[in-house]
Design a protein around this ligand. Structure first.
Ligand code: AMP
Length: 530
């Protein structure tokens, strides 16, 4: 891995300050390569996609070139979509937080053009826009290229896919000859190469060359989550799998600190590790983790480099890594010494595409998993409690305890079952009782696909049941055609199956006293899903 530091890149101190505040620990691989080239003033072709840190890779040098005293348009970034334009503008604004006098404006279709015109009149040096709307402003002369010195094409392949080729070429032709042209694209098909040939001069190509890396012995799963739900999903997964030692990766120091505090607040034994810690603090954190006092270590990629602990049972990619290689390095912390490890990756929105790249690159399969509901967590927790209870029954002398219970039964009107159930409830804490829905069609959100209801069945792989058995039982008992039965997710001791909403009540009724492979089962609607 590269070990370039932001301090080595000759950046403006105000940008360095912003980077520190944003919590970036080190340049991402594409930044380490692209920033010096873009700063040299050359035309650059960057092959990188969302999530690699490409925006800062061109944004940082761009900001260094802008003269805040000149109020005229100096640089333009073309983006395929309104969302991306806003996102890029936000990132660049954060980067120039301490640079006074730089005005950044996103312009895109769908927003009232008169608002944009008013903002442009106030003097904007950097415009981030979709090609169509930029053309519109050019025609109205509300954008002028006289002092333009830099053009960035961001996600160029996407822009071509969306039919912006003509607009882009017009813009490039209209721009001053003496300019720097930077093109970023995830892929390099011929039309992109044509653009670079026709509109860039002596361009240098930057991309991150990858080593061949493989992953073994690691079960890999991913979860599509919303950013705001990550903390809850992480907690549920930790509760469900209860790994002895877990390593959680975040992309910035700030996120490490925030997550560490949040997990501590939830009562976990968690500590954070990143480059801002003094050596003595690092040593203390690492000692805690090695001895098992700290069960969850939250770290940045940089900080984790020195970690050498063998029995990490689970790695969580709380943030998707910025580079495919990082993925391999991260998850390689588990599954050591012949053990099978688990790796869980959270993806938000479009990041799911980046995951495809990672899989291709690592020649590995990362399986989609539904976000665990509270029911799943309860089921797993219950399983764990019952296993502990079994151990106690087998190995401990319980006679004196039994006498106490006996006395209670004799003196009060309780059965042993009442007492056992009450103890279980107390031990498990507040756990939701799964009751059948009040109305037949009132299943609430069970986390199923549109039009479906997700059912929980307390039987799974361990009982030698296969998805076909579940399908057969659901279809056979309720009479609904097998092809209407949706996704079946099997776990060791339980299974989720989706059925059409209109049939859900019938299925529940029909399955009430059935057996699967000779075992009595319980079927309930899943709930508590995010
Ligand atoms: P991008 O590839 O530009 O869409 O960036 C993806 C995310 O990574 C954004 O949220 C950036 O703020 C963040 N980011 C960019 N550079 C770094 C870095 N060097 N370290 C950590 N995070 C970064």
């Amino acid at each position: 891995m590269d070990t370039v530091k932001f301090e080595d890149l000759g950046l403006d101190t105000r940008i360095l300050r912003a980077i520190t505040e944003m919590g970036f620990e080190e340049p991402s691989p594409i930044q380490a390569k692209a920033i010096p080239e873009v700063m040299s003033g050359r035309d650059v072709i960057g092959q990188a996609q969302t999530g690699t840190g490409k925006t800062a890779a061109f944004g940082i040098p761009l900001l260094q070139k802008i003269d805040p005293k000149n109020r005229k348009l100096q640089a333009i970034v073309l983006c395929p979509t309104r969302e991306l334009a806003i996102q890029v503008a936000d990132e660049i604004r954060r980067l120039c937080k301490f640079m006074h006098g730089i005005k950044v404006l996103p312009v895109y279709g769908g927003q009232d053009i008169s608002i944009q015109i008013r903002s442009l009149k106030g003097g904007v040096q950097l415009v981030i826009g979709t090609p169509g709307r930029v053309m519109d402003h050019l025609r109205r002369h509300t954008l002028k290229f006289d002092e333009l010195h830099t053009i960035v094409l961001d996600e160029a392949d996407e822009m071509l896919n969306m039919g912006f080729r003509e607009d882009i070429e017009t813009i490039l032709k209209d721009a001053p000859q003496e300019r720097q042209t930077i093109l970023f694209s995830a892929t390099m098909p011929q039309p992109i190469l044509d653009i670079t040939r026709n509109y860039q001069k002596d361009a240098v190509m930057v991309r991150v060359v990858k080593k061949e890396l493989t992953v073994k012995n690691i079960d890999q799963y991913y979860y599509e989550v919303k950013q705001k739900n990550k903390e809850e999903v992480l907690s549920r997964l930790i509760d469900m799998y209860n790994p002895k030692l877990s390593l959680v990766f975040c992309n910035t120091k700030k996120r490490v600190d925030e997550l560490t505090e949040a997990l501590k607040g939830r009562g976990y034994f968690a500590e954070g590790l990143h480059g801002d810690l003094k050596q003595s603090q690092r040593d203390r954190v690492m000692k805690g983790f090695r001895t098992g006092k700290t069960e969850i270590l939250i770290a940045t990629d940089v900080a984790a480099r020195g970690i050498d602990v063998d029995d990490v049972e689970a790695v969580f990619n709380y943030d998707l890594p910025q580079d495919d290689e990082f993925y391999v390095h991260r998850i390689g912390r588990t599954g050591r010494a012949g053990r099978v490890g688990k790796a869980f990756t959270f993806v938000v929105g479009r990041e799911v595409y980046k995951l495809k790249d990672i899989q291709r690159y690592c020649k590995t399969k990362i399986y989609a998993q539904p976000v665990p509901s509270l029911n799943d967590v309860t089921a797993i927790r219950l399983e764990k409690v019952m296993e502990e209870i079994e151990e106690i029954i087998k190995n401990e002398d319980l006679r004196s305890m039994m006498r106490v219970i006996e006395r209670q039964i004799n003196e009060e009107d309780y059965t042993a079952m009442d007492i056992a159930a009450a103890f279980l409830k107390k031990y498990m804490g507040e756990f939701e009782q799964n009751t059948l829905p009040k109305r037949e069609d009132d299943f609430g959100d069970t986390g199923a696909e549109e039009g479906m209801v997700r059912l929980f069945i307390n039987i799974g792989k361990k009982q030698k049941v296969r998805p076909g058995d579940i399908l057969g039982a659901v279809a056979g008992e309720s009479g609904i055609p097998g092809k209407l039965v949706g996704t079946i997710d099997m776990y060791d001791k339980y299974t989720f199956v989706e059925v059409p909403r209109e049939n859900a009540a019938d299925v529940l009724r029909a399955m009430k006293n059935t057996k699967i492979k000779g075992k009595s089962i319980n079927v309930e609607p899943a709930n508590g899903r995010m």
